[in-house]
Design a protein around this ligand. Structure first.
Ligand SMILES: [Zn+2]
Ligand SMILES: [Zn+2]
Length: 206
């Protein structure tokens, strides 16, 4: 599944790994919204990381049923926990509360990201398609991939990104000059694209 999504993402501009994460995560959320609460392993994962970060809370708000069943489970889970906390002493309370604050959905995205990075590094066909495409790994994913690539792959990845910097430098210069209020011209589509591409390269979801 990841292989296919990664392959499709290479037909477009922008970072193929970011796009794969976003697509696979939407699939996960679709499944989670409908089936997640039936699965013991899903409920266990939710119990271990019972947070929803602000970024994912926005996504949840846009879902059709807004995770009705998930909240039922989370509230029951916290009710039991709070009742227990009421009964135990400070030492035990500290121990029980000493869990990391982790978002269930961030963990899922991380899992997808690791799979996509691993697939990118091991699959020669994906790499070939990447080097022939207009796609460009974002900074985060370029660096993640470089950490585990052999020297041949690293060299080619760096070359592609440097090539992109080189190609876009004069377009960006014109883009920013034309934004100036003294400029008579508006940035062209090509110049705006170069700007959006560089913005995407530096953008990151934390
Ligand atoms: Zn990326
Ligand atoms: Zn999150």
């Amino acid at each position: 599944m990841i292989t296919l999504t990664l392959k499709e993402s290479l037909n477009k501009n922008g970072c193929p790994i970011c796009r794969t994460i976003s697509k696979e995560f939407d699939n996960f959320l679709w499944w989670f919204e409908r089936e997640g609460y039936h699965e013991i392993s899903s409920l266990k994962a939710l119990k271990d990381a019972p947070f929803i970060c602000k970024r994912h809370a926005d996504k949840v708000k846009r879902l059709k049923d807004k995770l009705n069943n998930t909240f039922e489970f989370l509230i029951k889970n916290d009710t039991e926990l709070l009742m227990l906390l009421k009964e135990i002493n400070l030492r035990k309370r500290k121990k029980l509360l000493n869990q990391p604050f982790e978002c269930r959905f961030c963990l899922e995205e991380k899992r997808i990201e690791e799979l996509a990075v691993e697939q990118f590094v091991k699959d020669k066909n994906t790499q070939k398609a990447y080097f022939e495409s207009a796609a460009l790994l974002c900074r985060r994913h370029l660096f993640t991939v470089l950490k585990i690539s052999d020297s041949n792959l690293s060299e080619m990845l760096i070359k592609k990104t440097l090539g992109f910097f080189h190609e876009s430098s004069s377009l960006l210069e014109d883009f920013f000059n034309k934004l100036d209020y003294t400029s008579k011209d508006k940035p062209s589509d090509k110049e705006t694209d170069a700007y959006l591409k560089i913005l995407e390269y530096f953008s990151v979801d934390f």
